[in-house]
Design a protein around this ligand. Structure first.
Ligand code: COI
Length: 354
């Protein structure tokens, strides 16, 4: 399928690269493609960024049938433009789509569409340290219908936003509140998918945590409220007695691409790493024994975010004296180095746009 291109004749002024924040500014173009039952995906196009007219009855607004992804484009010092593991994102989107009864996308075609969009808006990619262009592919049900069934019509769209750090803390450690009342997901549900409902389910707890002075919540499993799951926008890792432990993928957490990259790097460096069930009590016991060396979150938006403090039922512990630890720093430097073209891409994660 050929992608039709309609150039934006009224390009916007580029933002100040030193105060980007996250996800507030959008580039001049967006990608759109339609789907209709019996016809499949059709009319791929890159058009000026703008509002999408929607019938008030479109199914996504009522039943939330939608999925999304997040990846980034980087500009290297040598002038290349590159993406980090985009095929993994689009493969994961198909896993989410299967669970949400949304038609699959052709992964190669979707990555090609992203590359063309990035190339068209390449002047929007910031190059200052800690900045990149966040890319948000998403699919949503747009059949005008109020019955509950899979939609017969969808839009696949991609929008882009030049970004700085996701958390105001940047690479400085964040304070995390261990959530004991609300749960995010259970096995058999949607926890492993990237669907808006998972984020809607998290907002209340996040608000309560913010009021208490915490950046984010750490979710526990939905049944026993004992085992660590993830932070709403990140997977989590704990280094205990020299071993880096992260919750196993058992259906209720997202299979993060930065999580997978972190595990591959740790193994490559010979650092022992375990994917298994990890209870919050084990983390607190390790801290009491002086064996909790480091904790950090991983995610596309947040990259690596060290965890400096945990609050579990009022018991507050400080991790690594609230400082970024050596493993967190090494992973951050290596992943951002590969992304920015200053470190060797030993796993062939980079896909060049130009
Ligand atoms: C990402 O890290 O790309 C995410 O999707 C988190 C997001 C909800 C900001």
């Amino acid at each position: 399928m050929e992608i039709r291109i309609e150039n934006n004749l009224q390009p916007k002024a580029k933002p100040d690269p030193t105060s980007l924040g996250f996800g507030q500014i959008f580039t001049d173009h967006m990608f759109v493609m339609d789907y209709e039952e019996g016809r499949g995906w059709f009319d791929p196009r890159i058009v000026p960024y703008g509002a999408v007219p929607l019938d008030p009855s479109v199914m996504v607004l009522h039943y939330g049938q939608a999925t999304f992804e997040g990846l980034k484009a980087y500009k290297t010092a040598a002038g290349h433009i590159q993406l980090f593991r985009p095929y993994s994102n689009m493969e994961r989107m198909n896993i989410s789509n299967d669970r949400l009864c949304i038609p699959r996308l052709d992964v190669d075609f979707a990555v090609d569409a992203i590359k063309q969009l990035v190339e068209i808006d390449q002047d929007w990619i910031p190059s200052a340290e800690g900045t990149s262009m966040y890319i948000r592919p998403f699919v949503f049900a747009c059949d005008p219908y109020l019955g509950v069934r899979p939609s017969y019509k969808y839009y696949f769209m991609v929008i882009m936003s030049p970004v700085g750090a996701y958390y105001p803390e940047g690479i400085n450690p964040v304070k995390i509140y261990v959530e004991e009342e609300y749960v995010r997901a259970v096995k058999g549900g949607l926890g492993f998918t990237k669907t808006p409902g998972n984020y809607a389910a998290s907002i209340k707890a996040q608000e309560v945590a913010h009021e208490k002075g915490y950046t984010q919540v750490l979710w526990l499993d939905g049944i026993e409220k004992k085992y660590i799951e993830e932070v709403g926008t990140m997977n989590v890792f704990f280094k205990i007695d020299g071993v880096v432990i992260t919750p196993a993928l058992e259906g209720s957490i997202l299979a993060g691409i930065t999580r997978d990259s972190t595990i591959k790097l740790l193994k490559h460096w010979g650092v022992p790493v375990e994917e298994r069930r990890l209870s919050i009590q084990e983390v607190y016991d390790a801290h009491a024994q002086g064996k909790l060396d480091e904790a950090f979150g991983t995610g596309t938006a947040a990259v690596i975010s060290p965890i400096g403090e945990l609050n579990y039922g009022g018991q507050i512990i400080s991790i690594n004296d609230g400082q970024i630890g050596p493993i967190s720093a090494k992973i951050y430097d290596t992943i951002t180095g590969i992304q920015n073209g200053t470190a060797d891409d030993i796993f062939n994660w980079i896909v060049r746009v130009k």
